[in-house]
Design a protein around this ligand. Structure first.
Ligand code: IPE
Ligand code: IPE
Ligand code: MG
Length: 247
């Protein structure tokens, strides 16, 4: 069968795609395996989603890899995930550079183990000169953490006399979010059949088109991404206006 890729209108690509990569545990369980087995297999799906986005010319891809709530999982799983993360990032830096991909991280990274942080910082600085796809890993991220942190920083700036509280509006508030340098996602994909946001980019998803697929993350392939983009391209994005106004 011909790839769905050829049906995509390259003039109407989402500038920013965000993905909640869910279902690794269930995928593993379905095969009588340990949850970590699912996480290991999820890495290949990450690779393919990144490669497909870069090939299409998508500007920004945000991947929800670990939430602040995920710290509550069994220690073995958390440690396994952190090791997988370090390993994968270390191995993938040459490929990121080859494909002109710039790595960013959003989240409460202070909670990450030191080794993970070091490897991440190295990868971020080694890819900082790349000008193609911006790959944003949401690690130890949650939207409520981000907004609480934004409020704290904003308060500190008011206290220090750097910000006049009378001038605060949504635009100045946005500058305190960790996504301040990225446009809002236009397409949000969640795998594994769950229909929820799970504390992901609550502010930024205000007008995103949502796409839910039953596919479990380790089974996610390029065609699944193309399918989501094609679905996005059928949506009428009104931003509160009427159809007639869009012209
Ligand atoms: C997503 O898969 C990966 C992370 C949250 C780290 P899960 O581990 O949540 O897999 P399920 O949802 O239990 O199947
Ligand atoms: C959301 O998945 C977080 C990531 C994919 C990293 P979860 O599996 O943690 O979400 P819930 O608990 O099902 O809402
Ligand atoms: Mg899950």
């Amino acid at each position: 069968m011909e790839s769905l890729k050829f049906s995509i209108n390259s003039e109407r690509l989402p500038k920013h795609i965000a993905i909640i990569m869910d279902g690794n545990g269930r995928w593993a369980k379905g095969q009588g395996q340990d949850r970590l087995f699912g996480h290991y297999h999820g890495v290949e799906s990450v690779r393919l989603a990144v490669e497909a986005s870069a090939e299409l010319g998508i500007g920004y891809l945000t991947l929800y890899a670990f939430s602040t709530e995920n710290w509550e999982r069994p220690e073995r799983e958390v440690n396994g995930l952190m090791e997988l993360l370090v390993d994968t990032i270390r191995k993938e830096v040459p490929t990121l550079n080859k494909n002109n991909i710039r790595l960013h991280v959003i989240g409460n990274t202070e909670m990450l183990p030191e080794k993970t942080m070091t490897v991440l910082e190295e990868a971020i600085s080694e890819t900082a000169g790349n000008t193609g796809l911006n790959l944003i890993m949401a690690l130890s991220y949650s939207s409520r953490w981000e907004m609480g942190e934004a409020a704290r920083q904003l308060g500190l700036d008011v206290k220090a006399g750097k910000l006049d509280p009378e001038t605060i509006d949504q635009y100045s508030f946005q500058k305190y979010l960790c996504t301040r340098n990225f446009p809002d996602p236009e397409l949000m994909i969640r795998t594994s059949g769950e229909h929820r946001i799970s504390n992901f980019l609550l502010y930024q998803l205000a007008y995103a088109e949502l796409f839910f697929t039953p596919v479990l993350w380790p089974d996610f392939r390029k065609e699944n991404l193309y399918e989501a983009i094609l679905d996005f391209q059928t949506r009428e994005r009104r931003f509160g206006k009427t159809s007639e106004q869009l012209g």
